[in-house]
Design a protein around this ligand. Structure first.
Ligand code: GAL
Length: 385
């Protein structure tokens, strides 16, 4: 069964490689992403104009916002999706494609640091909070390696979509991220793994690879109630998701994987569990441009998965309120209060990309969300308890 799936995967890859020539230097969305290929080409192609998305003027605007911090470091008591979100020092939060971890009443937000060229070339930042509104900058917990040009995370590598889970057996915090090696645009499609003895890091880079020898771009992690962990990643030039079971130490795939949503071009996966069922929210594949969110449900992590409709409702739901998913956070474990967390990428100034947090409502086996200018997490309660 497993072998058959692998063979199918390789065959599929051969077929699509023909039209995905550009995809080897970009994030590789295939034909459905035609409208944004140019943008992604600029973002990922090493021969492009300095791989730059962000103009000097754009950087100045973020610096100006940060320099005006003193007036704006006020304590927050609500979410304001899409507005500039400052940390407790008044600096704009720089933690894109985020992953979350909760321990002892403290929320931890790991994210990509968008730098001068708008790409995530610095490493992984960490912020902490006890109320989800006010976030303290804990610094860079995984930095690109500036001293070793041969490292997989040498300066120039792109590090995206970090996710951290805790392994109860080894007592290690394990971080997985999407890694693109230096000088290869979005062509290498690897997963990177780092570990730490403490949640606040610093995280020690261990290794990078293609899980089960397959491509791995946008990705997330999920730990089930029985301790089994999975990496879910956009594979096969982003045409098909792979759900990879991990070894007991969570450091690598154990060889069992399934191909899910075959040919559906899904990215930005966020997986969570509610009422014994597994839920997935993801995006379509249009680079930095927004599209309609996808939603799916399964009785088992390894499938079969059933696609449902777009969870977003109302105006701008066709572009998920101009956002792309990165995580679904349960406010308190077991509470059923889930928050959709997405990035509102700004392709003209990626460093000024914003965060879209919205409450998810559960109704009849599926989740929905609608736009809110401002809200508090008490409103994240599901409709049906
Ligand atoms: C998007 C992806 C982002 C980033 C970007 C690069 O499709 O979700 O995380 O990789 O492509 O073009």
């Amino acid at each position: 069964m497993q072998l058959q799936q692998s063979l199918k995967a390789s065959k599929y890859r051969l077929v699509i490689t023909g039209f995905c020539l550009i995809a080897t230097t970009t994030s590789g969305c295939g034909p459905s992403a035609a409208t944004s290929l140019d943008r992604r080409f600029l973002a990922g192609n090493k021969t492009g104009p300095n791989t730059s998305q962000t103009t000097p003027q754009a950087n100045e605007s973020i610096n100006a916002i940060n320099n005006s911090n003193l007036m704006n470091a006020a304590r927050l008591n609500s979410f304001r999706p899409g507005e500039i979100w400052r940390d407790t020092e008044g600096q704009v939060i720089n933690a894109h494609g985020g992953g979350f971890y909760v321990e002892n009443g403290v929320y931890y937000w790991f994210g990509e640091v968008k730098g001068q060229d708008g790409l995530a070339r610095a490493g992984i930042s960490l912020y902490s909070s006890t109320d989800l509104y006010n976030w303290r900058n804990e610094g860079l917990v995984l930095a690109v390696d500036k001293s070793n040009p041969d490292s997989d995370i040498a300066e120039g590598a792109i590090i995206e979509r970090p996710k951290v889970i805790f392994n109860k057996k080894t007592k290690k915090y394990v971080m997985w991220f999407h890694l693109e090696l230096k000088g290869q645009g979005y062509g290498s499609a690897r997963a990177g793994v780092a570990v730490s003895d403490t949640v606040r890091g610093p995280y020690r880079f261990l290794t990078s690879f293609k899980p089960n020898n397959e491509m791995s771009r946008d990705q997330t992690l999920f730990v089930d109630d029985n301790g089994k962990a999975y990496q879910i990643a956009a594979s096969e030039e982003n045409q098909t998701m792979h759900i990879n079971e991990l070894t007991d130490d969570y450091l690598k795939p154990n060889g069992k994987f399934v191909r899910a949503f075959i040919g559906r071009s899904m990215e930005a996966p966020a997986v969570f569990k509610y009422k014994g069922r597994y839920h997935l929210i993801a995006s379509g594949c249009t680079g930095w441009d927004p599209n309609s969110a996808r939603q799916a449900v399964a009785d088992n992590m390894m499938g079969p998965w059933t696609e449902l409709d777009n969870p977003a409702q109302g105006p701008e739901s066709d572009v998920t309120f101009r956002s792309q998913s990165t995580y679904v956070l349960e406010v308190t474990p077991g509470s059923g209060q889930f928050i959709y967390i997405g990035d509102r990428w700004n392709p003209d100034n990626l460093a000024d990309s914003r965060y879209i947090w919205l409450p998810l409502q559960y109704d009849n086996g599926r989740f929905t969300m609608s736009w809110k200018d401002e809200w508090q997490w008490g409103q994240a309660l599901p409709v049906t308890p």
